[in-house]
Design a protein around this ligand. Structure first.
Ligand SMILES: Nc1ncnc2c1ncn2[C@@H]1O[C@H](COP(=O)(O)OP(=O)(O)OP(=O)(O)O)[C@@H](O)[C@H]1O
Ligand SMILES: [Mg+2]
Length: 258
């Protein structure tokens, strides 16, 4: 209730007015409630706008990052083509071959054909290291169902490893033979070799003793071997050298006996 007094103009005395404020108070309460709601709405809207902006900024930053990564990859690919083709190739392979459904053994070729490609690929690295590589193909007519790019890339990484470990004037050999009913494709060097513990470590992905090594070469070799339903074997002896080999199954009916 509110109380007010008013004087009467012509008469003596006062007019006392009692007003019931219940409705007014209710209305005021509702107005205040709506004001608070509208204030909250404004706050939420501005927060939402800020979130959208922040999100847009984040997306933008990610797009920039992604484009930088892409630029870097294409720069690396260019470098790879010039110097370390097999390196980027290895990473690509590691990614592709690890993806389910990417294991495609679409190439059917004889070992003679594979060795021609190996010899072509050897030209540049051997010249760069002033090294020598003996290619011994004991089973030129043996046919292999494989992924030529993957196998060749993995073999070239083994060659590069041998050259880097041995240094200038390295003497390597690449040999194809049949061993216990499996094709054995082996790269051997006369480098410093490794002890048993090192041999175990180097097969782990990302393990590298090189300042610019990815440590993926031997990991990829294992994945490639597995994708060909075969096995990758590394045998090394300190001071004597290293032998790295793919042991792969082949279709006996379609091949000449070894
Ligand atoms: N033939 C070899 N003789 C001696 N050490 C070797 C030989 N091959 C590999 N290694 C050792 O194994 C490590 C791993 O080899 P891997 O090919 O996986 O990666 P990386 O050669 O270091 O890197 P990237 O292949 O990217 O150049 C090498 O850093 C090296 O220390
Ligand atoms: Mg390597």
């Amino acid at each position: 209730m509110s109380l007010s007094t008013r004087s009467l103009e012509s008469e003596t005395g006062q007019l006392i007015m009692l007003t019931d404020q219940t409705e007014t108070r209710l209305l005021q309460g509702q107005v205040a409630h709506y004001q608070r709601l509208s204030e909250m709405g404004r706050m939420m809207a501005s927060w939402h706008i800020r979130s959208v902006r922040r999100c847009r900024r984040l997306c933008y930053t990610r797009v920039i990052l992604l484009s930088r990564v892409c630029r870097q990859i294409s720069r690396l690919s260019l470098l790879a083509k010039l110097n370390h083709g097999w390196k980027i190739w290895s990473i690509r392979c590691a990614i592709c071959w690890c993806l389910p459904g990417e294991t495609r053994l679409d190439d059917r070729l004889t070992l003679a054909q594979l060795f021609r490609d190996i010899e072509d690929a050897l030209d540049v690295p051997l010249a760069a290291w002033d090294a020598d590589c003996e290619c011994i193909n004991a089973v030129p007519d043996l046919q292999l169902q494989c992924n030529k790019e993957a196998l060749l890339g993995a073999l070239m990484n083994l060659v590069e490893n041998s050259l880097q470990a041995t240094g200038k004037g390295a003497e390597l050999s690449i040999e194809a033979s049949v061993l216990k009913e499996r094709l054995c494709l082996m790269v051997a060097d006369n480098g410093p070799g490794m002890d048993q513990e090192q041999c175990r470590k180097v097969l782990e992905p990302f393990y590298s003793t090189k300042s610019h090594g990815t440590g993926l070469g031997l990991a990829v070799a294992q994945v490639v071997a597995k994708a060909h339903h075969g096995e990758f074997v590394l045998v090394s002896e300190l001071g004597k050298g290293t032998r790295a080999a793919f042991l792969l199954p082949y279709e006996k009916d379609a091949n000449v006996s070894s």
